[in-house]
Write a protein that binds this ligand. Structure first.
Ligand code: GAP
Length: 512
């Protein structure tokens, strides 16, 4: 399936099977805002739990908090978000459409890259086994010319971004001849900086109201609570504070479904360390976070690191864990060595000391911070899109199956009576009653068992359990595995152990 088609299938499947709906759909929706439906809410909760267990429960030096979305407005001055949390935007005067200037240039560059890949694919087809891709890339005239164009664009894009050269940004767009995808014209406004924070007000009357922001990241709720947690939890460095929660950004380019949203959820952890040890902890968390991703079995080839050359003002090292989404490799998680920037800024703006007294060194210092930050919605998209497959079966038919990691699946098993009579529904419902203490279980009696299997395959349920007439005689049922479609006869009393073996968090996290 082509990538575009795959992505469309992901979006329609997410709606059809009760995972993700457009927000306020009956009013034609709200751009880049989504609701999680009955199955989506469960999948999202399971991803969040999987992260929390790995980060908080399994580390005796990491604790979790739940800070408020509203924070004192000075927080955002101190953090740099008021002055520097901007995207460069540009309008097309004919279509009146607004774009991120950097995205226009990046998309242009991507198209050149696609042309190179097309040339390579064509040559591969022509020369067959004798084709040497490396040689072709390093000698073919067209490829070399295009690669030089890409390199030149990258150099200039980096320069205008680093120097905040807005005139240079516009000139780059004009020089490349980039046209508006809607009007097709090059009639561009100047490039302006646009702050991504949503503003709101706190207070009853207009005069006394205080200007607030909806938090654009959860991290600052951790920094301002650093000393409270350290003291009340008697935490010794190195230690971490984790939290999950909503964040809000007024994204200019909001597309690609739940990949880039205006309201989204982050799972962040700030790890407070001794200055000078940041390199060692940066490597540790890179390794640990990648192992967490890989434990879910979405395919090792679907992850790669992208080390940042252009560092944010607060960082001395940063990398992204990129995932192979249906639209290519994109950032899934960020790992940032944030130095002591945030704590120092909050010290300065609040006038309160945020230092740690190290008993071993008999000295106080401002800790350095290593941050891991992952978008829960992006993780949802990574898991969901990777799990959705069309399989050709031996009988020539196809089946759609959502091969979610069993630990994350919304429901762990569906229980079917073979027919709606002869006492079979009663036995099936009793099995549901017994299992629902431990797992999310579905009961289904409509349609043929074959159709029920297909429906549960597409919904991502790892096990289907059928009660038939033999069950009444010997207390056994048929259990069918979603991925292998293998069926076997087992005793009702063994069901809990069989399901647990596959869905248990320990079984999955032990793979780390
Ligand atoms: N505290 C650091 C921080 O917020 P970030 O790279 O801006 O860093 C971290 O964001 C993660 O949050 C990203 O890797 C991504 O997974 C997620 N994220 C950021 N913006 C998002 C958006 N508009 N929609 C969905 N997820 C987003």
């Amino acid at each position: 399936m082509a990538n575009d088609d795959k992505f469309k299938k992901v979006i329609s499947h997410a709606k059809e099977y009760g995972y993700v709906f457009q927000s306020s759909e009956i009013y034609d929706g709200l751009s880049a805002v989504y609701d999680y439906a009955q199955n989506g809410a469960e999948l999202k909760k399971n991803i969040r739990d999987y992260w929390w267990k790995a980060m908080v429960q399994m580390h005796d030096n990491i604790v979790g908090i739940d800070a408020a979305i509203f924070m004192h407005p000075t927080t955002w001055k101190a953090s740099g978000h008021v002055d520097a949390f901007n995207d460069p935007l540009i309008d097309n005067k004919d279509s009146k459409k607004r774009y991120r200037a950097d995205v226009l240039v990046e998309d242009f560059r991507e198209k050149i890259l696609q042309k190179i890949n097309k040339d390579v694919a064509k040559a591969k087809k022509r020369f067959g086994d004798a084709f040497d891709e490396n040689e072709f890339r390093s000698t073919n005239g067209n490829v070399l010319r295009r690669q030089k164009q890409i390199d030149d664009i990258t150099v200039e894009l980096t320069r205008v971004q680093e120097e905040s050269d807005l005139e240079g940004f516009k000139q780059l767009i004009l020089d490349l001849g980039i046209v508006c995808p809607v009007s097709g014209s090059k009639n561009w406004t100047d490039v302006k900086q646009f702050n991504l924070m949503f503003g709101t007000k706190l207070g009853a009357s207009a005069e006394s109201a205080m200007d607030l922001y909806l938090r654009p990241e959860t991290a600052q709720g951790i920094f301002v609570n650093f000393l409270n947690v350290q003291k009340t939890g008697r935490m010794k460095i190195p230690f971490g504070i984790a939290q999950t929660g909503k964040a809000f950004r007024n994204e200019i380019v909001a597309r690609q479904f739940i990949f880039r949203m205006r309201e989204f959820e982050q799972m962040e952890m700030q790890f407070f360390i001794k200055p000078g040890t940041q390199k060692e902890w940066f490597d540790y968390w890179k390794d640990t976070r990648l192992k967490w991703h890989k434990s879910l079995g979405l395919g090792e080839e679907n992850y790669r690191f992208h080390d940042h050359e252009k560092l944010a003002h607060y960082a001395d090292a940063a990398t992204d864990i990129e995932f192979n989404f249906p639209f290519g490799f994109k950032e899934l998680e960020g790992i940032h060595s944030r130095t002591d920037f945030d704590l120092k800024q909050h010290e300065e703006f609040s006038g309160k000391k945020l230092q740690y007294f190290d008993h071993e060194d008999n000295a106080s210092y401002t800790p350095y911070v290593l941050e891991t930050s992952i978008g829960l919605d992006r993780m949802f998209l990574a898991v969901f899109s990777n799990s959705l497959v069309e399989e050709n079966l031996e009988d020539g038919k196809t089946r759609t199956v959502l091969k979610l990691p069993a630990v994350l699946a919304p429901a762990k098993a569906a229980i079917f009576p073979l027919v709606k009579k002869d006492g079979l529904p009663e036995v099936a419902k009793q099995i549901v009653e017994d299992l629902k203490w431990d797992f999310n279980i579905i009961y289904e009696e409509k349609d043929t068992v074959g159709k029920r299997y297909r429906r549960q395959d597409a919904a991502g349920t790892p096990f289907c359990i059928t009660v038939d007439h033999d069950t009444l005689k010997d207390n056994t049922v048929t259990i069918r595995h979603r991925d292998t479609m293998d069926q076997r006869r087992v005793r009702i009393e063994d069901l809990k152990t069989i399901i647990k073996a596959e869905v248990d968090v320990k079984h999955w996290l032990m793979k780390m």
